[in-house]
Design a protein around this ligand. Structure first.
Ligand SMILES: Cc1cc2nc3c(=O)[nH]c(=O)nc-3n(C[C@H](O)[C@H](O)[C@H](O)COP(=O)(O)O)c2cc1C
Length: 162
């Protein structure tokens, strides 16, 4: 099984969890990590700040190459303004047909109410791409600090891949 873990992280929580997912996915075969980055971050500082909450203003530096070769796409993002972070939205909207892919979507949130909204938002984007196999992992900022509990829930999600 070939997996790619694609994530965006601003203050490090999602990044740390993405690495843990990648380690667990390696137990199932090949797994690589890809960090989503902003384009032109230094040149357009004001636009960059606004783009934090407005996906339309966000420019993705690059997409991971040859997504088609992966069986599993694991996507990780913080919840921002009740949605996935703009770069994660950009990444998902640029994906092609996902009908044959397994997707793990995890997000790190601060407030439960907005996390549900964000999960629903992402689910509907993925379903529009034909995705029928979505494993969701909704992690509170508080729970993200408990390394042992994190490992358990990540193992559980990866176990659902079969
Ligand atoms: C600009 C910004 C907006 C945020 N908006 C939300 C939100 O709408 N709902 C929520 O539950 N948490 C929100 N948070 C909290 C983040 O989801 C949380 O801090 C997360 O752990 C950050 O992940 P990271 O460390 O990978 O960047 C926001 C944080 C930032 C910086």
């Amino acid at each position: 099984m070939k997996s790619i873990v694609v994530y965006y992280s601003h203050s490090g929580n999602t990044s740390r969890i993405a690495r843990m997912y990648c380690e667990q996915l390696k137990q199932k075969g090949e797994a690589v990590l890809f960090e989503l980055e902003h384009r032109d971050r230094q040149r357009h500082k004001i636009k960059h700040l606004l783009a934090r909450l407005m996906p339309k203003l966000t420019n993705l530096a690059k997409m991971p190459g040859d997504i088609d070769k992966y069986d599993v796409i694991c996507i990780g993002t913080p919840v921002w303004g009740g949605k996935p972070a703009p770069l994660a939205i950009k990444f998902i909207t640029r994906l092609k047909n996902l009908s044959k892919k397994k997707v793990i979507y995890f997000q790190v949130y601060g407030m439960e109410a907005s996390s549900e909204k964000s999960t629903e938002y992402t689910r509907s984007l993925l379903v529009k791409k034909g995705c029928v196999n979505i494993i969701e992992d909704d992690i509170s900022w508080f729970d993200a600090r408990d390394e042992a509990a994190l490992l358990e829930r990540i193992k559980e999600s990866v176990g659902k891949l079969g």
